[in-house]
Ligand binder design. Structure first.
Ligand SMILES: Cc1cc2nc3c(=O)[nH]c(=O)nc-3n(C[C@H](O)[C@H](O)[C@H](O)COP(=O)(O)OP(=O)(O)OC[C@H]3O[C@@H](n4cnc5c(N)ncnc54)[C@H](O)[C@@H]3O)c2cc1C
Length: 431
């Protein structure tokens, strides 16, 4: 049996579930399909290994979808300060005063209550599924992947793994970095695999919940400490945190093969002594990281959003924040198309989506690559430039705050000097 909708969203991850909710609220009939089972939340369980720093802009969007309150009721950790440290050893180190290599962002300086929230991905997804389910015009289909796609002048049809067919005027591919919808629509990508991977380690530490995140830069890759919630009555006086360790795949494989006591010793020597004392390693997982950009954001009746359209280096945690910006833009244009009584897949609406979102996503990719190239580098002149750059950023609170405001989703534009630096990076012209 074929079911008909205005829009089918493939992938109910954070971006797809947000889109389905927003489109449902705008009065569209929407089916949202995910091959995974529904997410679940148990307050007594250890945290999800995947967490994201959600910007103030994402928080506002999730609030309009009715999901932010549910996220806060489950678990979300606000962070008010961000410390950046550079522990790189290099021949020119003696020329540069150590304190120049530190930049700290404080929400007070930006006139904001916080810089963002660290939220477990499964909690954001769960809250969005609840919001989607509360919309009468949204149908959630889980446990079924999309197997094939056909489209013609009048409609597009997806066939699910169990043979069910769903037809709509528009199919949104929000099915992640290895998007099947993108492949079925014949949309290629440009891709650059970084020489680093990311290992995430869930830990507990002694002390109450911190309001500061740490990011350290080493030539082998960044390291980060992201505070999470209290560990509760089972572990009095302790809190959870997520460590992120970027390094070469061989080194991460070595670290993963260590037992917890050995890994703890490596963490203690590889992270700054200022961090609260760690008490327990819960689990670890590694993720390949790549910059990937779809060659087109739409083809016929198919349009891409979130990681299906773009993935970036997660070193400053921006991936899903960009995906939420795609979702808001697409929702707004679909509302306009509905008001005009036009075909939702018309270029009149999908071309502006690509025109608005591609340059914005590209700009953030370039910024992350600028950081990647500046910090993952042993060449002395680059070190010097980099440290002077951080020194300048420290000396110029205005420029520094502009970068922070951009990363938080408050400002749309990066300072011109950062844009110019990023545009000179090798390989970025191909995006
Ligand atoms: C180590 C690491 C740290 C990160 N930290 C941050 C951070 O701090 N802040 C931030 O903003 N971003 C961060 N990111 C990026 C962020 O996780 C992604 O950008 C985000 O998860 C993308 O969401 P999405 O909904 O587009 O895709 P996904 O989360 O990949 O969801 C895709 C969904 O589609 C479903 N699906 C896939 N194929 C099919 C199919 N054929 N049929 C049906 N369903 C399908 C999947 O089950 C899944 O639910 C990080 C990434 C990594 C690797």
């Amino acid at each position: 049996m074929t079911q008909a909708f205005d829009i089918v969203v493939v992938g109910a991850g954070m971006v797809g579930a947000a889109l389905a909710t927003g489109l449902g609220q705008a009065g569209f009939s929407v089916a949202v399909v995910d091959r995974a089972p529904p997410p679940s939340f148990n307050p007594d369980e250890r945290p999800d290994i995947r967490v994201s720093a959600l910007s103030a802009g994402s928080e506002r969007y999730l609030d309009t979808l009715g999901a932010w309150q549910a996220i806060r009721q489950m678990r979300a950790t606000p962070y008010r300060r961000l410390a950046v440290w550079d522990e790189t050893r290099h021949p020119l180190q003696t020329l540069i005063p150590g304190r120049l290599a530190e930049v700290a962002f404080d929400a007070c300086e930006l006139g904001a209550p916080h810089l963002g929230h660290i939220v477990e991905n499964s909690i954001t997804q769960q809250a969005l599924w609840q919001s989607a389910e509360a919309e009468p015009s949204v149908t959630l289909v889980h446990g079924q992947g999309v197997a094939s796609l056909q489209q013609d002048q009048h409609s597009a049809t997806v066939t699910l793994d169990d043979g069910q067919t769903l037809t709509a005027a528009l199919i949104i591919g929000a099915d992640g970095a290895r998007s099947r919808v993108r492949e079925l629509a014949g949309i290629g990508t440009t891709r650059n695999q970084y020489s680093q991977q990311a290992m995430v380690i869930s830990v507990r530490y002694q002390g109450s919940v911190e309001d500061i995140t740490w990011q350290g830069f080493l030539p082998s890759g960044p390291r980060a400490f992201l505070p999470l919630h209290t560990a509760g009555d089972n572990h009095p006086g302790e809190s959870w945190a997520s460590l992120v360790w970027y390094d070469a795949p061989d080194e991460l494989a070595r670290l993963k093969s260590l037992d917890n006591a050995e890994l703890m010793a490596e963490i203690q020597s590889g992270f700054p002594a200022d961090l609260p004392p760690l008490t327990h390693i819960d689990r670890k997982a590694s993720f390949p990281i790549a910059r990937q950009h779809a060659k087109h954001y739409f083809a016929g009746r198919v349009v891409l959003a979130g990681d299906a359209a773009h993935t970036i280096n997660p070193l400053a945690g921006q991936g899903v924040n960009l995906g939420f910006q795609d979702a808001q833009c697409l929702q707004m244009l679909m509302r306009e198309a509905k008001r005009a009584g036009e075909d939702l897949s018309s270029e009149r609406w999908l071309a502006p989506y690509e025109q608005q979102r591609r340059p914005a996503n590209h700009r953030m990719m370039m910024t992350m690559d600028l950081f990647y190239h500046l910090f993952s580098n042993r060449i002395p002149p680059v070190h010097l430039l980099r440290n002077l750059g951080l020194g300048a950023a420290r000396a110029l609170p205005f420029a520094r705050n502009r970068v922070a405001r951009y990363a938080m989703g408050i400002d749309d534009e990066l300072p011109a000097v950062i844009r110019q630096l990023a545009s000179r990076l090798p390989g970025l012209g191909q995006l």
